[in-house]
Design a binder for this molecule. Structure first.
Ligand code: FAD
Length: 621
């Protein structure tokens, strides 16, 4: 049988963006090829073995709600699960899992290999076939040609990758992997803006050389959270403890003394690093008044002694790394198994992309993941999923899809990137979403699974579990509105110990649930008719308790939406818009926003300019 060379969609790169992109396109019925350096590194975590966290778990749940792989793989690989911000409001609560690196990779590979319509081929891509401004396929390192009208590029940190340890540098996509230099050179010939960014990773330690007994212990939460909406605790492997250590003044002195051999501080590295995940040398410079920084000591997996000291990412020379590690209490005899390093790589200005993640200048070519200036597995996977969806929609000759900012963090991520661009590795935070009370991690399925089903991403099993949950929530909410507690009744007696004062009138269960002193379990205990579905009862509770805020936020969204989605034609002549300043006009011409909402978020485009545009568009109609 001939090796097939013609596909609907080709995905380059088998990292977090690439695997979700390939799975999404194949789930939507496209003949899909995933080309990657090594089949063994599908779903490889380049840096810390953890998924989720604030803002990031929101993305993971959205990927899951749309049928993606990341949350499922996390449930099969997670060796410690916690809910961060558990005492704060539901908008900022976030699930985080420490993952076994090998189990995670295996879980992703198993999902990929089980996906119908998806083929994997191990080979580096060196060139794109572009004809008349549209992509037609790719050429691999050995000269093999694969054709497809849609190509998704997800090459992560590999394009022109340059690794630094002290003043010594070497070419690489990440430690142990080659860079993609031929492809990087080819891409630099295309009409796309390209710049450099950098990121870094800490040295890894041998657990047998660390005095773990002397460190602060940190266990996972009980009851143990799950990552996927379909997740089940019984899938989780054995759970592990993490620890917390601290840098001290001596550590900081060692780092300061080594800065003259730091690639960051001697100007060898030019790319901007991640502001929210800085190296330890950055931290001691930026927070010079702090005597100590936390180091989270996390196991890399169940079958290894390696530990990941989260918080001391560094590119200082190895001898300085050794000294700084050993200055930390509990690490006095530490053996480093792998040195920390920084990596610089090419990324493309995401303002050159449409909201479908297709490039504006080369039809059929999509970019997703770290190549767009983001950092993090979750941000990459979310973009990959979206690019896969849109490549498949294009094959079906249907309109592209991207959720709005008030529908999903995925919408916030893409809108931020394509409207504002980025000068430093972009990571997601709940603070980036103006409607975060609506975009909770707990309701991602209620926001997105129906859309996922329409797109063809959600299989029957997920759909039936989701439908059952949604129906339970609806039924329980109506029951709570119809059920009452009367003053002096046995139910009122039962509640009295929890309430500040006795009930003065008849209250519906729904009204009672709004009270901060009462939980859903208290209401459910009043009769035997409450629901026992963990996720559904959580929804009933959150939706009741935050109803006022949620309604207010929805009202704001409805007001803004009136103009947010108004399309601005790509050939719009901004010189015809009366009253626009030169500066605003230049920005609009340069960025060609697709909608009025996007125009409003371009820095420097004032509300007054938006009104002028609105008037102009109304006149045109
Ligand atoms: P990657 O996961 O990098 O995957 C790219 C894939 O493309 C790989 O499989 C590669 O083999 C393949 N590939 C590349 N070129 C080609 C080609 N020409 N042909 C075929 N296949 C190709 N994130 C954080 O959130 N916090 C951190 O502290 C952090 N530190 C990091 C430190 C280091 C040293 C590195 C390397 C990354 C770090 N990251 C960090 C980033 C995180 O690893 C990435 O955000 C994430 O992996 C990006 O996913 P991706 O799918 O875009 O790319």
């Amino acid at each position: 049988m001939d090796h097939p060379t013609q596909f609907d969609v080709i995905v380059i790169g088998g990292g977090h963006a690439g695997t979700e992109a390939a799975l999404a396109a194949a789930r939507m019925g496209c003949a899909t090829l995933l080309l990657t350096h090594s089949v063994d590194t599908l779903g490889q975590m380049s840096c810390n073995p953890a998924i989720g966290g604030i803002g990031k778990s929101h993305l993971v749940r959205e990927i899951d709600a749309l049928g993606g792989a990341m949350a499922k793989a996390t449930d099969q690989a997670g060796i410690q699960f916690r809910v961060l911000n558990s005492r704060k409001g539901p908008a900022v609560r976030a699930t985080r899992a420490q993952a076994d690196r090998v189990l995670y990779r295996n879980a992703i590979r198993t999902i990929i290999e089980a996906q119908e319509g998806l083929q994997v081929f191990q080979q580096a891509v060196d060139d794109l076939i572009i004809e008349n401004g549209s992509v037609q396929g790719v050429v691999t390192q050995t000269g093999l040609r694969f054709k497809a009208p849609r190509v998704i590029l997800t090459t992560g940190t590999f394009l022109g990758g340059q690794m630094h340890i002290g003043l010594s540098k070497s070419a690489g996509g990440r430690a142990g992997d080659p860079p993609s230099n031929t492809l990087a050179a080819r891409l630099r010939e295309l009409p796309l803006r390209v710049e450099r960014l950098k990121t870094g990773t800490p040295p890894r330690l041998d657990a047998r050389s660390i005095d773990l007994e002397s460190l602060e212990k940190q266990w996972g939460d009980e009851p143990r959270p799950v990552m996927s909406f379909l997740g089940d605790r019984s899938q989780h492997p054995d759970q592990r403890c993490c620890w917390v250590a601290y840098t001290n003044q001596h550590t900081h002195d060692i780092i300061r003394d080594g800065l003259d051999r730091s690639p960051l501080y001697t100007g060898v590295i030019e790319g901007e690093g991640p502001r929210y995940c800085p190296s330890i040398e950055d931290k001691i410079q930026r927070f010079a008044d702090k005597n100590s920084h936390q180091v989270f000591v996390e196991p890399e997996g169940l079958s290894t002694n390696e530990l990941y000291p989260n918080g001391i990412s560094t590119s200082l020379p190895f001898d300085v790394q050794m000294e700084l590690v050993r200055s930390i209490s509990g690490f006095e005899n530490a053996h480093i198994t792998r040195p920390g390093y920084a990596i610089e790589y090419d990324f493309f200005d995401p303002r050159d992309l449409l909201s479908s993640l297709e490039t504006r200048t080369i039809s059929g070519l999509y970019f997703a993941g770290q190549i767009n200036g983001t950092t993090g597995y979750e941000e990459a996977a979310a973009q990959g999923l979206l690019a896969g969806i849109n490549a498949a929609l294009a094959i079906r000759e249907e309109d592209p899809w991207c959720p709005r900012r008030d529908e999903a963090y995925l919408g916030v991520l893409v809108d931020d990137l394509i409207t504002l661009g980025t000068k430093e590795p972009y990571r997601m935070f709940t603070s980036r979403a103006e409607h975060r009370l609506l975009l909770r991690e707990d309701n991602a399925d209620l926001r997105l699974t129906e859309q996922g089903r329409k797109l063809g991403l959600v299989d029957d099993e997920r759909w039936s579990q989701f439908s059952e949950k949604r129906d339970l929530i609806d039924a329980e909410q109506s029951r709570l509105l119809r059920s009452f507690v009367h003053p002096g009744s046995p139910s009122a007696e039962t509640l009295s110990s929890k309430l500040d004062k006795p009930l003065s009138r008849e209250y519906s269960y729904a009204e009672l649930l709004k009270r901060p002193e009462l939980e859903y379990a208290d209401i459910a205990a009043l009769d035997s008719q409450g629901i026992h579905h963990e996720q559904a009862s959580l929804q009933v509770s959150i939706q009741a308790k935050y109803a006022g805020y949620i309604d207010r936020q929805q009202g704001e969204i409805d007001r803004v939406r009136r103009y947010e989605g108004l399309s601005l034609p790509s050939d719009m002549d901004y010189t015809q818009v009366l009253g626009l300043s030169h500066e605003v006009r230049d920005k609009l011409v340069a960025q060609k926003p697709e909608t009025l909402g996007r125009a409003s978020r371009i820095p420097g485009v004032t509300p007054a300019a938006i009104s002028l545009l609105l008037v102009h568009m109304k006149r045109r109609q």
